[in-house]
Design a protein around this ligand. Structure first.
Ligand code: SAM
Length: 316
């Protein structure tokens, strides 16, 4: 059984920033690619493994801290021109990478361990942390803004859809009631509203789930993914591969639905006995079911436990 995570040998220091998840499955999925866009560069874990295999990478991240840290760590590859770092969301990057042939795209969604661990970034519910959760400080709206400004109905939708919270309506009402006397400023303010709604038995799992819901809303993560996937499917070279790792059921649903639709030839109504549409599939599902971490990886890297990798290959 491995005692250190994949990537630690290739990229000294990376394991402290973020351990790449499902590394072997990602490398298998992208085997044979000649130029890969890593749309979620983060600590450069997956990118370093691709570079070590001789694959040039365009690394995209919307977070300036992640770009700076990885540019320093992979300075040799940047200097050699095998790694190009782009400041953009992975949706906007499609239009920013020029006309290079791209035959692999990787999206490892969500936040890195480093972002979660850095309390000043406001992604966590640690006491006293600011309610921020922006992936880039250039973005206007913080988690506090969402809690202080959104309507009760919008908050209910955020808690229900992104946080799978059965008591979303009560929690939204509690947030609105509290903000009438005092605005939400730090993590403790939101934890207080969660505790008041879910009861004293609520704990870290509930806080993590509802802070994640806030983060998804702050960064408009589902809409960005919905815009990015079709754009990358168009941009990929024939035979190219799109690999996505999700950590949230809503994200995984988007990926699963689009990959299935693009791999289905016939678009006739389901009850129609004979196909009349003459449809042609845009590609094939490489993973019929999501790839998940095995026990050894989950034991080494708790973050891998919720990871789901789906891979789609564009037709040649
Ligand atoms: C899970 S981490 C990626 C870790 C990376 N695969 C590694 O092995 O080090 C996700 C990274 O993607 C970035 N990110 C998330 N959503 C993004 C988006 N829509 N566009 C660009 N970057 C994004 C985050 O800032 C974060 O650095």
């Amino acid at each position: 059984m491995p005692t250190s995570p994949p990537g630690a040998d290739v990229l000294p220091g990376a394991a402290h920033y973020h351990v790449p998840v499902l590394a072997d499955a990602v490398l298998d999925a992208l085997a044979g690619a000649t130029c890969v866009v890593d749309g979620t560069l983060g600590g450069g874990g997956h990118t370093a493994l691709l570079l070590a295999r001789g694959v040039p990478v365009i690394g995209v991240d919307r977070d300036p801290d992640a770009r700076a840290a990885t540019a320093a760590r992979l300075a040799d590859a940047v200097a050699a021109g095998t790694l190009t770092i782009v400041a953009a969301t992975f949706a906007d990057a499609v239009a920013q990478i020029g006309d290079r042939v791209i035959d692999g795209v990787l999206l490892d969604l969500g936040v890195s361990s480093h972002q979660l661990d850095d309390t000043t970034r406001g992604f966590s519910f640690r006491p006293g942390a600011p309610l921020d959760a922006r992936m880039s400080a250039d973005d206007a709206r913080t988690a506090a803004d969402v809690l202080n400004d959104e309507s009760e109905a919008a908050l209910e939708r955020i808690f229900a859809e992104y946080g799978d919270e059965p008591r979303a309506r009560r929690l939204a009402r509690e947030v609105v009631r509290r903000r009438e006397s005092r605005p939400f400023v730090i993590s403790d303010d939101f934890v207080g509203a969660i505790r008041a709604t879910l009861g004293a038995a609520s704990g870290a799992g509930d806080f993590a789930r509802l802070f994640q819901a806030l983060r998804i809303a702050v960064n408009d993560e589902i809409a960005t993914l919905e815009a990015a996937l079709p754009a990358w499917a168009d941009r990929l070279a024939p035979g190219g591969v799109l690999a996505v790792i999700s950590y949230h059921s809503g994200e995984d649903r988007v990926v699963k639905h689009l990959f299935r639709a693009w791999s289905t030839a016939c678009t006739c109504p389901p009850r129609q006995p004979i196909c009349t549409c003459g449809g042609v599939a845009r590609g094939t599902l490489v993973t019929r079911r999501a790839v998940v971490a095995d026990e050894a990886e989950a034991a080494l890297n708790p973050r891998a436990r919720s990871a789901r990798l789906r891979v789609w290959r564009k037709a040649r």
